[in-house]
Design a protein around this ligand. Structure first.
Ligand code: HEC
Ligand code: HEC
Length: 261
């Protein structure tokens, strides 16, 4: 038997390379790297504390003037994830968010800090919520190849949009002015505006078709924007991507102010 051990070891190493790095919801939490978090504390104190606060509760000095509010990291809730609704994001998800920032909000892009500082500050953010000590990040969803973006797909997407009541929040033409829009609040009790698809193609969780597919299937946690991962098929999600993109109007279109996001 001993002769088989190296073979097994090689197999396990290969399996680790091939399998997704993130654990599933039942997996053990990944211990926080205290040394890295300590480095991140310095980055946080220099660049993040004014908005996210010394306790990570989103109540920094500048927070009172901002809408949406800076994130309260004690909740362990993140909007942009490759992982299913209700699970923690992967480090790669957080790195991506930090590099790009959140369009249409005061959350800046931090690519200039470089990956090493960003990974450190990500580790530090995890120390604010007990969730990171109790749960492993979710397993990223699998995104199938994109089918053709043609008229038929856009047409199907329109009926999926109607059937799933997207217009209740986003409005019949996708202008972010649906009947429920004025009443929507985020998990922290602050107003949360549905996206206006006619005015911008820049979105918080990414603007490519793959990003949009992922947003439909994992949702925008902490906001009223649901995850459709359990209710629509993969083909439906791609048709929706094509439909939603078809709503964008030319950049010089004039809008009444209230319809701007
Ligand atoms: C000028 C204010 C401001 C500064 C400075 C700032 N943020 Fe933010 N940040 C925000 C706001 C506002 C949001 C919430 C936007 C939303 O929920 O739509 C946010 C959200 C986030 C999120 C949540 C992402 C998700 O998927 O939900 C993370 C992570 C984050 N910030 C990390 C950082 C880090 C790390 C720094 C420092 C390097 C930083 N922020 C600096 C304002 C700021
Ligand atoms: C209950 C209200 C509600 C419904 C129903 C809803 N949304 Fe949303 N949606 C929101 C809100 C609120 C936001 C803004 C979330 C945020 O940025 O905090 C949003 C944001 C989005 C975004 C932008 C995400 C980003 O990365 O910035 C997309 C895309 C989207 N919705 C598509 C859809 C589609 C397609 C449907 C129907 C299948 C739908 N939504 C149904 C409320 C809703």
């Amino acid at each position: 038997m001993t002769t088989h051990r190296p073979v097994l070891a090689v197999f396990l190493c290969l399996a680790q390379l091939v399998l997704p790095a993130a654990a599933s919801a039942d997996d053990k939490p990944v211990p926080i790297d205290e040394g890295l978090a300590k480095k991140g504390e310095g980055v946080y104190g220099r660049w993040c504390v004014s908005c996210h606060g010394a306790l990570g509760d989103g109540r920094g000095y500048s927070a009172q003037w901002l809408e949406p509010r800076p994130r309260d990291f004690t909740s362990g809730i993140f909007k942009c994830r490759s992982t299913p609704s209700g699970t923690l994001p992967t480090n790669a998800d957080l790195l991506r968010t930090l590099k790009i920032g959140f369009y249409h909000t005061y959350m800046p892009a931090w690519a200039v800090l470089g990956d090493a500082q960003l990974y450190a500050v990500i580790e530090y953010i995890k120390t604010f919520s007990p969730k990171w000590k109790e749960e492993a990040p979710g397993t990223p969803i699998v995104i199938p190849p994109e089918p053709p973006n043609d008229e038929a797909s856009v047409k199907r997407g329109k009926s999926i949009w109607k059937n799933n009541q997207c217009e209740k929040c986003h409005g019949p033409e996708g202008k972010g002015n649906g009947a429920s829009a004025p009443t929507l609040r985020d998990d922290w009790g602050f107003p949360d505006q549905p996206f206006n698809f006619t005015a911008s193609d820049k979105r918080k969780c990414g603007a490519t078709n793959v990003d949009l597919y992922r947003t439909f299937m994992t949702g925008v946690s902490g906001s009223p924007m649901p995850s459709f991962g359990d209710s629509i098929s993969q083909q439906d999600a791609w048709d929706l991507v094509h439909y939603v993109n078809s709503l964008l109007l030319p950049p010089n279109t004039e809008y009444p102010i209230a319809e701007h996001y």
